[in-house]
Write a protein of this length. Structure first.
Length: 587
């Protein structure tokens, strides 16, 4: 049995530019006359024989394009994978199993096979047990899982006793696949009598007659969830249902997804917003492994235990440490407060944009602090940021804008042909150690901006913004497209750089845990989306959260072990206690 896997990123392998298969020339096994590394017959890039490879580590270190990864597998993984995409490519070693009457979560970083695992469970991808050239029959696949819950599940799937419905991750592809209105799409997929109820629960009525191509990302997400729910199924699978939604919508969707379970119905969810995942699920599988190389699904855990193990980077039952450091949350009272020196202030600003009217009360930002911005979609957050950045002018009110601003927009430039190294020139020169290295961007420097994934482009855009010569930095939705680990890493880096450079950073985001982790103070937007918005604050964390949570009608406590914020079950002892004391946010 092989002890290691070799991964080759074909996009990065350029044999004609490295001196004609430099890796093969250096490989000690090749030097003995055996072809451990050779030219692939079809795609003409390098291929590595994983059985012959001794794991000496020469080729991954010497390939000038970092195209090779050689990974020694843990002892326990000396077995065939459940699925492999092809030669020298990603391997998945186990599967999660849906459980009836439960919402089960899948938690893990990007690139370790969460979506692959969900697609196999959904029957959209037939596992090949590592034999991509000669895929096994379904009976052999069932036999592979003998004695496990997965065997029972696959048998039911084969007998057609299970019907699945799947909400894909990439909702932005829907307008490319369907032309017509929201109502037409939902009527086409509807197999139930629940259309009216689903439309109401997911707040779709305002845009039912709008063309699919014209609706926003958040609306598209809710339509995709509705389309999945309108299929008659007994297993519902949701891949990242929280993306593009604001906090209010996320909580609403989480409640709704939670209500789908019945004795004969199971729900599985992949989600990176930990507060929402925690709220929505009762059990979860942690996924770990190495990005773009291999992935393993842990045994089933309670949601609390699963999230805490994930943050700790250690799975107790499996005795596996999959991250060398734990992720820790500080209590608010333990945080260091920045200076009290005013950087920018405003008073009674007003701005009309079409039918939308934005107003502010009086407020000011201090030097060396991070301000979180809370509010629904379409309530003026981005417009306020644009006012501060001088990109638009107020109609009335006072704004002291003697301040240099750097701005990362919500929607990122995806079409540019520029190389990452050109775009990040300033950051490479000045903040290599603070930004480029900790975010692992060195590997991306020779790629074009248009070739980056959503998560890669997000990191590059944040670094570009933070490397500007400015005093006030405005980051609009920096957590979008990032996995939970990247979110927490980026917030750590943002905090560190704010402190070191004594700059002020404002962050608009919908991930409440991300904002809780990052912010020193909060501003809160209230009003009616697309009509009016009122900005209040900045407030202390406690005060700002209390105002915001009152509007959401939820209370937050802290987990005793990890100190992460958790939503209280409505009506629970904690929930009632906190409401009575008017401390909806437990700092
Ligand atoms: Fe050259 Fe690297 Fe490709 Fe090997 S993997 S052929 S060293 S570019
Ligand atoms: Fe050859 Fe394996 Fe060493 Fe690479 S790691 S040079 S493939 S023996």
């Amino acid at each position: 049995m092989k002890k290691r896997i070799a991964i080759i990123d074909r996009d990065k392998c350029h044999p004609e530019e490295c001196g004609n298969f430099l890796c093969a020339k250096l490989c000690p096994v090749n030097r003995t006359g055996t072809d451990c590394i050779a030219e692939h017959e079809i795609h003409k890039k390098a291929k590595i024989d994983e059985v012959l490879c001794t794991g000496c580590g020469i080729c991954p270190n010497r390939c000038p394009f970092q195209a090779i990864q050689i990974i020694n597998l843990p002892e326990a993984l000396n077995k065939e994978p459940v699925h492999r995409y092809g030669e020298n490519s990603f391997e998945l070693f186990s599967l999660p199993t849906p459980l009836f009457n439960q919402v089960t979560g899948i938690l893990g970083k990007n690139g370790i096979g969460k979506t692959t695992a969900l697609k196999i469970v959904a029957g959209l991808l037939e596992p090949n047990l590592g034999n991509w050239e000669n895929a096994p029959k379904f009976k052999e696949i069932i036999a592979h899982f003998k004695g496990t819950e997965t065997q029972k599940f696959l048998e039911k799937l084969e007998k057609k006793e299970i019907k699945l419905s799947y909400k894909p991750q990439q909702v932005d592809l829907i307008p490319k696949q369907f032309k017509g209105t929201v109502k037409e799409l939902l009527s086409k997929v509807n197999e139930t009598d629940n259309l009216t109820e689903v439309v109401q629960q997911l707040n779709l009525s305002n845009f039912l007659d709008t063309e699919i191509s014209k609706i926003s990302g958040g609306e598209l997400q809710r339509v995709a969830i509705a389309a999945a729910v309108l299929k008659k199924a007994n297993i519902y699978l949701f891949d990242e249902p929280g993306s593009y939604l604001d906090i209010k919508q996320r909580i609403n969707v989480a409640k709704y997804i939670g209500s789908l379970t019945k004795e004969d119905t199971a729900v599985m969810v992949i989600e990176h917003d930990l507060i929402i995942l925690d709220y929505m699920t009762t059990l979860l599988n942690v996924m770990y492994g190495q990005e773009a190389a291999y992935g393993i699904v842990s045994g089933l855990k309670s949601t609390r235990e699963g999230i805490n193990s994930f943050l700790e980077g250690y799975l107790k039952e499996e005795n596996i440490r999959f991250r060398s450091y734990p992720i820790k949350f500080e209590k608010v009272q333990d945080r260091q407060v920045g200076s009290k020196q005013t950087l920018v202030s405003w008073k009674n600003l007003q701005k009309k944009l079409g039918n939308f009217h934005l107003k502010t009360e009086e407020g000011e930002l201090h030097k060396n602090e991070i301000i979180g911005i809370l509010g629904e979609n379409g309530i003026g957050k981005t417009s306020f940021i644009k006012l501060l950045a001088g990109l638009i002018k107020q109609d009335s009110g006072e704004l002291d804008e003697e301040v240099k601003v750097a701005y990362k927009p919500q929607y990122l430039e995806t079409e540019s042909d520029h190389l990452v190294m050109e775009f990040l020139q300033g950051a490479i020169k000045k903040y290599n150690q603070q930004l480029i290295e900790p975010l692992n961007l060195t590997n991306l420097l020779t790629k074009r901006l248009s070739e980056l994934s959503g998560g890669e482009l997000q990191k590059v855009s944040i670094v570009h913004c933070l490397s500007q010569d400015a005093e006030l930095f405005l980051l609009d939705e920096p957590s979008a497209y990032l996995d939970v680990e990247q979110r927490l890493l980026i917030s750590k880096i943002i905090k560190k750089i704010a402190n070191e450079r004594e700059i002020t950073i404002m962050v608009v985001d919908h991930d409440l845990m991300f904002l809780d982790y990052l912010s020193d103070r909060l501003v809160v937007f209230t009003g009616e989306p697309a009509k009016s918005g009122l900005l209040k604050g900045p407030f202390s964390m406690e005060e700002g959260m209390n105002i915001f949570l009152k509007d959401l009608n939820i209370t937050l406590r802290r987990d005793l072990t990890s100190h992460r914020p958790r939503i209280n079950k409505p009506g629970s002892v904690k929930d009632r206690e906190q409401r009575n004391n008017n401390t909806l946010y437990y700092s």
